[in-house]
Ligand binder design. Structure first.
Ligand SMILES: [Zn+2]
Length: 103
């Protein structure tokens, strides 16, 4: 288990393009996707290096993947992957982000 402090940017109003979460691949309109940044581990982090990932601003990726939450004004792709495969992929995407904190 890894604890990560994410810096959460202030949501800009009138920000109307669509963007896609790189973890669960849900598309949101407006501020639904935010660039989350976390400081890298160890010396690199102390030198101020951080890693960013565009992800759901509400951090509800796992709910979107499971269809338990529907984005307000965005959508998810119709995919050929099963829900289990999408859950596995979202977990892999998140792990890849965490791994980048340690390289
Ligand atoms: Zn997401």
């Amino acid at each position: 288990m890894v604890g990560i402090a994410l810096r959460y940017p202030t949501v800009r109003r009138g920000f109307q393009h669509r963007s896609m979460c790189s973890v669960c691949l849900t598309t949101h309109r407006g501020g639904g996707v935010s660039l989350m940044t976390a400081r890298k581990a160890g010396a690199a982090g102390r030198e101020g290096n951080s890693v960013g990932v565009y992800m759901c601003a509400d951090l509800a990726c796992s709910l979107y993947v499971r269809g338990k939450k529907v984005p307000e004004s965005g959508s998810r792709f119709e995919e050929s992957l099963t829900t289990e495969e999408q859950i596995a992929r979202a977990g892999g995407n998140l792990n890849a982000f965490v791994d980048r904190l340690y390289v």
